[in-house]
Design a protein around this ligand. Structure first.
Ligand code: SF4
Length: 324
C-alpha cells in the first residue's frame, strides 16, 4: 500500500470556536491508482488532502491519526525530512496556481528551482524544464514568462510541469480544474492521466461527482468532515448506498435523457456545532420518511460497514457493529 490514512482528525481553532474540519477519516491509496474525494464545500475533502502532506493551514491542526506513506508516518516527520518528500515523492497541484507560483519570478526559474532544491544540477534542471514544458504542451519560450502573462489554464500546466519534475509516487490534486472552462479542464485531466500512466498514484479532490466518475478507479465521498462512503467508481456510481451519495449522483444532469435533476435540500452544517448522530440527518430524505429512524440517526453516529468487498458506507440503513 502506498498511503494509509488512519483515524485522521483536523480541527480549526478559530476565534468563534473549534471547527471540526475532519474526524475519524481512514482510507488507503494503492500504487498506481486514481482515487477521487468528492463532497460539497466544507465537507473536509481539501482539509484531509492538506493534512495528508502535513500542510494544514493555520489555525488548523491535525488532532488525531497517522498518515503512513511508504511505511513512514508523515505526521511524525521532522520538517527537513518532509521537505525532502514534498515535491519529489509527493507533489501537489492546487485550484489556484497563483497560490503556489511566485508572481514576481519567471515560471522557468520556478520550475528549475523546484528541482535544484532537491539537489539537481542547474544545467540539468534547465534542460529538464524545457522537456517538462513540452510535456504539458507549452512552447519553450513560456519559461521566460511571469505567471500573470499566462492564462489560468497555462498556469495550471506550469503547476503540473513542476509536479511532474520527479515522477512522484503520489500527486495530490486539489480541485485543479474548478476555475477552468471545460475544454481546458479536459486537457488538464489528460495531463494528470499521463502522470498516472507513468506510475504516479492520483489523489484527486473535486465537488463534481461526474468529473470523479470519468477517470477514477475509486471514489470517496465526504460529508461534514466525515468519510461517508468509499468504493470503486462502479460501486459508487452504479450502486450508491449512502443517501448523500445517492443525492449527489442524482444531482448530475443526463444530457441524453429527460431526467429530473434533484438538488440536495438544505445546507452543509456549521462544523463548530455539527448535528448529533449522523451529521446528514437534518437533510436526509430517508430519515424524514422513515419514522423508525428517529432516536437512532439523530442520536447515534453510524460506523462504516463493508457491504461488499471494498465498498464501505457509514449509514444506519446498512447495519453492522455499532449501527444496529
Ligand atoms: Fe440518513 Fe440515517 Fe443514513 Fe444518516 S444514518 S444517512 S440520517 S438514513
Amino acid at each position: 500500500m502506498l498511503l494509509e490514512v488512519k483515524n485522521l482528525g483536523v480541527y480549526y481553532y478559530t476565534l468563534s470556536g473549534v471547527v471540526r474540519g475532519a474526524e475519524n477519516v481512514s482510507f488507503s491509496v494503492k500504487e498506481g491508482e486514481w482515487i477521487t474525494f468528492v463532497g460539497e464545500s466544507g465537507s473536509g475533502k481539501s482539509t484531509v488532502a492538506h493534512a495528508v502532506i502535513n500542510l494544514v493551514p493555520s489555525p488548523g491542526k491535525v488532532v488525531t491519526g497517522e498518515v503512513i506513506f511508504q511505511g513512514k508516518n508523515l505526521l511524525a516527520m521532522k520538517p527537513e525530512e518532509l521537505r525532502r518528500i514534498r515535491g519529489k515523492e509527493i507533489s501537489m497541484v492546487f485550484q489556484d496556481p497563483m497560490t503556489s507560483l511566485d508572481p514576481l519570478r519567471k515560471v522557468g526559474d520556478q520550475i528549475i528551482e523546484a528541482m535544484t532544491v532537491h539537489g539537481v544540477d542547474e544545467d540539468e534542471a534547465r534542460k529538464r524544464a524545457k522537456e517538462l514544458l513540452e510535456k504539458v504542451n507549452l512552447p519553450a519560450d513560456r519559461l521566460d514568462y511571469y505567471p500573470h502573462q499566462l492564462s489560468g489554464g497555462q498556469r495550471q500546466r506550469i503547476s503540473i510541469a513542476i509536479a511532474m519534475a520527479f515522477n512522484p509516487k503520489l500527486l495530490i490534486a486539489d480541485e485543479p480544474t474548478t476555475a477552468l472552462d471545460v475544454i481546458v479542464q479536459d486537457a488538464i485531466m489528460d495531463l494528470i492521466d499521463e502522470m498516472k500512466a507513468e506510475g504516479t498514484s492520483i489523489y484527486f479532490v473535486t465537488h463534481d461527482i461526474s468529473l470523479a466518475a470519468e477517470r477514477s478507479d475509486r471514489i470517496a465521498v465526504m460529508y461534514a468532515g466525515k468519510l461517508v462512503e468509499i468504493g470503486t467508481t462502479e460501486q459508487i456510481i452504479e450502486n450508491p448506498l449512502h443517501p448523500y451519495t445517492r443525492a449527489l449522483v442524482e444531482s448530475v444532469p443526463d444530457l441524453w435523457k429527460e431526467s429530473e435533476v434533484r438538488a440536495i435540500p438544505g445546507y452543509p452544517p456549521d462544523l463548530r456545532n455539527p448535528p448529533s448522530g449522523c451529521r446528514f440527518h437534518p437533510r436526509c430524505a430517508v430519515f424524514r420518511e422513515k419514522g423508525e429512524l428517529r432516536g437512532l440517526c439523530d442520536v447515534k453516529e453510524p460506523e462504516p460497514v463493508e457491504v461488499e468487498p471494498g465498498h464501505l458506507v457509514a449509514c444506519h440503513l446498512y447495519g453492522g457493529a455499532g449501527n444496529e
